[in-house]
Design a protein around this ligand. Structure first.
Ligand SMILES: Cc1cc2nc3c(=O)[nH]c(=O)nc-3n(C[C@H](O)[C@H](O)[C@H](O)COP(=O)(O)OP(=O)(O)OC[C@H]3O[C@@H](n4cnc5c(N)ncnc54)[C@H](O)[C@@H]3O)c2cc1C
Length: 413
């Protein structure tokens, strides 16, 4: 097992994607002073959402500056499993189910665009997801529980089909749904690829920008002040994930973030055990098992609403490995690599805030993507860019995500 640095025991140990061709070190750092700068649009936050917005704006020729307090993808985006589970997730809102589908397909297009522009590969693969069941009763319970909103393409595999198609899955499996369009990727690599591509199309990406404060007056947004200087702008997009709430509070806007902690375990199959390694994602009720393009297999995830700490408990590791080794019995001989925790940014109604804050002209929110921020990144970039070009939330069809659905006391209206 890799030794873990003492200061990492209480922090997320970010997934190591820097293997082989999935290099994430090709982002050029911007060390310029921000003093007396101007940008049409400033994005605060360099997670997957901020980077996807920068990518979309830059590809439309807009002038954009992204400021990140730490490093690109150092927040929740570094902790995600990277599934694009548009057909497998049970979305609370039919509108999000449709958006998820569109975003997954948009990411497929971005893969080619980014590769042509930068040569970067973020490990996006469409190998399909399997949802297996132990018994007929489990299948019935699953069907009863699911809302009608998620109706993506799927095929039923009976026991003998499962045994033929996925030899590494538990042979006692009663049956499984196979969803062939489902995909997964490496989330840190995606965020960095978005940032690098945006940069190549003219965006400025600044990491290590401390003490961001919004400057507003009666006419709306004027700019932001930072420890490195003051920048004037027309629009500010708050894409700071869990920290979006604090930034909004600076100017009296109440948009609560709700933390939901999750843990993941990474393992690797030794070369002589390769036939036991899953080649498709298992999306079961008790765990997901995601084979990644960098050779690792990620097993997740726990869910602890209200928790913000980054520790990983022995109990969670035991539970995740226990569930996964039921579905993939051959993983008992795999090598444990590491485990990490991240904090999903949720909201009171579990829908993200995307759009204009009507009280303050020029101020936009793009955070609260809960457990689907990687999946919804591409479409969020498109929505925000459409709005900056003058389209209304109604025209785009995203009134349900409007930040104004929350009243001044932080209660849904
Ligand atoms: C265990 C786990 C598994 C997950 N699996 C999946 C999955 O399979 N598929 C999926 O779609 N989603 C998944 N998610 C959810 C996904 O990770 C999040 O929805 C997504 O990463 C949110 O991205 P973000 O850009 O909004 O936030 P973040 O990634 O947190 O980015 C926000 C950024 O803003 C910066 N910032 C904050 N405050 C400031 C400030 N004042 N000034 C400047 N910068 C600031 C932070 O440093 C950070 O880099 C998972 C999450 C967890 C925890």
């Amino acid at each position: 097992m890799e030794p873990i640095e003492p200061n990492q025991t209480m922090k997320a140990v970010a997934p190591s994607e820097e293997q082989g061709k999935f290099t994430i070190s090709s982002l050029e750092r911007s060390s310029e002073s921000l003093e007396a700068m101007h940008a049409e649009t400033i994005i605060v936050g360099g997670g997957v959402i901020g980077c996807a917005i920068a990518f979309e704006l830059a590809s439309r020729g807009r002038e954009v500056l992204l400021v990140e307090q730490s490093e690109i993808a150092s927040g929740t985006s570094s902790a995600a499993a990277g599934m694009l589970a548009a057909d497998s997730e049970d979305f609370a809102h039919p509108f999000i189910a449709q958006a998820a589908y569109e975003s997954r397909e948009l990411l497929m297009k971005h893969k080619d665009q980014i590769s042509a522009l930068t040569g970067m590969d973020f490990g996006l693969r469409r190998s399909g997801f399997i949802t297996p069941f132990r018994s007929y009763m489990d299948l019935s319970a699953y069907k009863n529980k699911r809302s009608s909103s998620s109706s993506g393409e799927k095929t039923w595999w009976d026991r003998s089909t499962v045994q033929r198609e996925v030899t590494w899955l538990n042979r006692d499996t009663y049956g499984a749904y196979y969803r062939p369009m489902e995909s997964e990727l490496l989330p840190v690599s995606l965020s960095r690829a978005y940032a690098r591509s945006a940069q190549m199309m003219g965006a400025r990406i600044c990491e290590g920008v401390r003490d961001v404060r919004l400057i507003v007056n009666k006419d709306g947004v004027q700019g932001v002040s930072t420890a490195q200087g003051e920048i004037s702008c027309k629009h500010v997009i708050i894409a700071a994930g869990l920290h979006g709430e604090q930034l909004m509070a600076q100017v009296g806007v109440t948009l609560p973030s709700i933390p939901v902690k999750g843990e993941i375990v990474a393992i690797r199959f030794p070369a002589d055990q390769a036939t036991y390694r899953p080649d498709r994602t298992v999306y079961a009720e008790d765990a997901y098992i995601v084979p990644k393009a960098n050779g690792e297999v990620w097993i997740g995830a726990t869910s602890f609403p209200g928790r913000k700490d980054h520790s990983v408990s022995a109990n969670s590791v035991q539970r995740l490995l226990g569930a996964a080794s039921y579905w993939v019995p051959g993983m008992k001989d795999a090598v444990f690599l590491r485990a990490w925790a991240g904090i999903r940014p949720s909201t009171p109604d579990k829908l993200p805030y995307v759009g204009k804050c009507e009280q303050i002209p020029g101020l936009y929110a793009a955070y609260g993507h809960f457990r689907n921020g990687i999946l919804l990144s591409a479409i969020t970039g498109r929505w925000i860019a459409d709005m900056l070009e003058g389209k209304s939330a109604e025209e785009i069809g995203i009134e349900a995500l409007s930040p104004d659905r929350i009243n001044k006391k932080g209660v849904m209206m």
